[in-house]
Design a protein around this ligand. Sequence first.
Ligand SMILES: [Cu+2]
Length: 455
Amino acid sequence: MKVRAAVPLALLLTALEVQDAGPTRRDMFRDPPVAASRDGVLALTLTAGRARVDVAGQQVLAAVYNGSYVPPTLRVHPGDVVRLHLVNALDNETNLHAHGMSVSPAGNSDNVFLHVPPGGAQDYEIRIPSNHAPGLYWYHPHPHGHSDDQVRNGMSGALIVEGLLDPFAELRDVPEHVLLLKDVQVGHGQIVHRSIGDGVIRSVNGMLNPTIALRPGETQLWRIGNVGADLYYSLTLDGHRLYEVARDGHRLSRLLPKEQLLVPPGAREEVLVQAAGPGTYALRTAPFSTGPQGNRYTGAVLATMRVAGPAVTPIALPEKLLPVADLRGAVTGRRTIVFSETDDGDTLFIDGRTFDPGRTDTRVRLGAIEEWTIRNQSDELHDFHIHQTHFQVTEVDGAPQQFDGYQDIVNVPVQGEVKVIIPFTDPVIVGRFVYHCHLLAHEDKGMMATIEVTP
Ligand SMILES: [Cu+2]
């Protein structure tokens, strides 16, 4: 804020002190720091290690990247190369996954079978195809058995492929924010591991209910990522609709006004927000239950939108965006996979088996476009995610779904099923990778399988 000479300094200080007093003080919203590519290359080091960090206004000891609960947002263009040096200063093995990216799963690219031992380091080189879909992706560790713990600690950050709104002259220059949703359980100054959702604190970019400032009528792009380990978010914004532009980094064929958005673990939503009249409006997540064998947790106000200042003329939002290819009619094969678990919930299966990195569960020829039925034979929610590619959701519990675009995460109802069409058509994905439930506690307890795409 610029201090104007006409206001006595003493008065200003008093006002600030009053504002700062007490627990009701809210942080102004801050975007995560940015590491952007230059001349086609993004080079950076991520060091995974324990550090005392600020989370939701508390100092806690956590395992994080580069000493921060909110590591840099990686911003790249299609065609760029990411050269990432991962240093493991933790007590457990770790590795790195570029969630949602259609990149090579081989060698030292997006290869989750690579594990970096404690004290070790690994150079990753991820080449982003020149035709890669622009949007919000994210990075996080993926070492089976430790994924949940490491992501719960804060090891997750945003990865943005530029260009989402470039084709639309009226939207190209709207201000944007990245909102990373993470949740923590804190005990004795440390991040602790209790039952999912139990006493959880929700944060946005590590902040507790920060204030996002807009002018009346102003339009902003909010890139919202559920980059926590296990929690569902069900989002609403008081007095406003969220205009859905993209799901999981994939632009929709039209702008969808939504009163409420379900964001399962690992999913992203990119939305336009158009501010109403002056006032404050809460961005909320509703209380949630993941089923009789699952978890219940409370809702929270995630952020407060404060609308003030001179009004601007609202942009006329387009109804249509760009066409997206409908894959129905192009299906070359079908298969069914089943999620199940033991009665105590301690062991979870895909097709009756727990994860074995040495076994190849599914083999697919490059060029195939498969319809998968994903059946949930348990009494709690799971969400399905496959690496290296995306899919089209065609049915949920037998009800046909309207086609608007692709995604890489889908919620699978309790004792229900979804049908998706998965293209295995991009030559860059040839190799071995995985599909799994993205509640990382479930993945760590076995609910993951391997797939190989062969030329
Ligand atoms: Cu699950």
